[in-house]
Design a protein around this ligand. Structure first.
Ligand code: KG4
Ligand code: ZN
Length: 385
């Protein structure tokens, strides 16, 4: 069986082809055409520009994906049935995301499904991120190394959610952000500091410089002793104690699993105003402290949920899961607090938006439901269900 998946929910035009032969799965091709450079000029994604670019890129990306998968050199205008590639199912992301962008994928997928006479199913973007942890580096995947229940922390530019996964396609959202998503906060803070878009990678790069500098100056042991004496608790990592200033950890002690990052963003804004001059060193310090504040809240709530629901597997996924410090610290805390669980995170090639993870999600949905869609609609706020 071969599945062709299409993703256009934000600023990446992506198409991938997944093949299943008996019990072996392979990603035959995964093409991502990024519009980041176009949106960077505006400091964020402009929906109408994204729509225009998706429309332009989709036929080109399809061609590359088919070629890479050795399924021929297909031209959309071909009507000759012999030219129809050997695909059994088409899947397209219908939300959540930017609706003008989502519609381009849906319309394109609908056109292909009609032309090739193939079934078409919708995929939830977040479900794709969840499945990204099962993709191996070489495009194969295995799903043997985990058990339910899963607690998943999904962190992207548009979402921050803690999801309880009780079984395949059985989701319960335990909590989510009440305002900005974690990735969005990274992007907005980066903008305040005059760093590029997207902000996540730049902030983590500067934060890493600061971390190395602290370790070099004070040393791990001394820092650890100091933090112990001061009684710093929870997940506030000993390195962050070296800061001259601190940002809040919003909602870290609230009883629910919700998040709020807009107050943290405002705290950074006030600090930048107060400091007046933002030297490169000060920017590094702000990035470091801001990043640690986000990490502390994300980890604290995820561990609490994993304990409460007796998680056997903990997953970190979504664009923000590219953050090396978040990966390192959450893995450490999962091992310490839930020692018999498995921790899964996507390979860095699958943290950002791609269609390979969508194809995998499509496979599981199709295996369970086999329900082709009739009238697909974009839903910017689509929930995991
Ligand atoms: O999942 P994704 O690629 O797109 C959406 O579905 O939104 O996530 C993009 C988000 C952006 O906000 C970007 O700044 C953030 O992921 N991101 C990071 C890092 N790399 C990307 N955030 C923190 N640290 C990173 N290294
Ligand atoms: Zn995403």
């Amino acid at each position: 069986m071969r599945i062709l998946a299409i993703e256009t929910s934000c600023d990446e035009t992506a198409i991938a082809i997944l093949e299943r032969k008996k019990n072996s799965f392979r990603i035959l091709s995964s093409v991502v055409s990024s519009q980041v450079k176009i949106h960077a000029k505006w400091g964020g994604v402009v929906p109408m520009l994204a729509k225009r670019e998706h429309i332009k890129n989709l036929p080109l990306v399809l061609n590359r994906a088919l070629k890479q998968a050795k399924l021929g050199n297909y031209k959309l205008q071909n009507t000759n049935s012999k030219q129809i590639p050997k695909i059994d199912l088409i899947a397209v992301v219908n939300g959540p995301g930017l609706e003008p962008a989502l519609w381009t994928g849906i319309n394109f997928a609908g056109e292909l499904a009609a032309k090739w006479n193939k079934p078409l199913i919708p995929i939830n973007h977040l479900e794709g991120h969840l499945y990204s942890v099962f993709l191996q580096k070489n495009g194969e995947f295995s799903i043997s190394n985990f058990q339910f229940p899963i607690i998943a922390l999904l962190v992207s530019g548009g979402h921050t959610q803690i999801v309880l996964v009780k079984g395949f396609l059985k989701y319960k959202i335990l909590g989510e952000t009440r305002d900005d998503a974690a990735g969005e906060a990274f992007d907005k803070v980066a903008k305040m500091l005059g760093l590029g878009y997207p902000g996540g990678p730049e902030i983590s790069r500067l934060a890493e410089k600061r971390r190395k500098q602290i370790l070099k100056t004070i040393g791990v042991g001394a820092l650890f002793e100091r933090s112990k004496k001061k009684g710093i608790s929870g997940f506030q990592n000993f390195v962050s104690e070296a800061q001259n200033f601190q940002f809040p950890r919003p909602m870290i002690n609230s009883k629910d699993y919700d998040f709020s990052f807009s107050g943290l963003k405002t705290a950074v804004l006030y600090k930048t105003k107060e400091l007046k001059k933002l030297t490169p060193k000060i920017k590094e310090e702000i990035c470091y402290e801001f990043q640690q504040a986000v990490i502390d809240v994300l980890i604290s709530k995820t561990i609490r949920a994993a304990k409460e629901y007796k998680a056997k597997t903990v997953i970190l996924a979504g664009g923000v899961s590219a953050n090396k410090e978040l990966r390192r610290q959450i893995e450490k805390e999962v091992k310490k607090n839930i020692p018999h669980s498995t921790f899964l995170v996507p390979y860095s090639s699958f943290t950002g938006d791609n269609a390979a993870m969508m194809a995998l999600a499509a496979y599981f949905r199709w295996s369970k439901e086999k329900k082709p869609a009739k009238d697909l609609k974009a839903d910017g706020n689509l929930k995991l269900a």
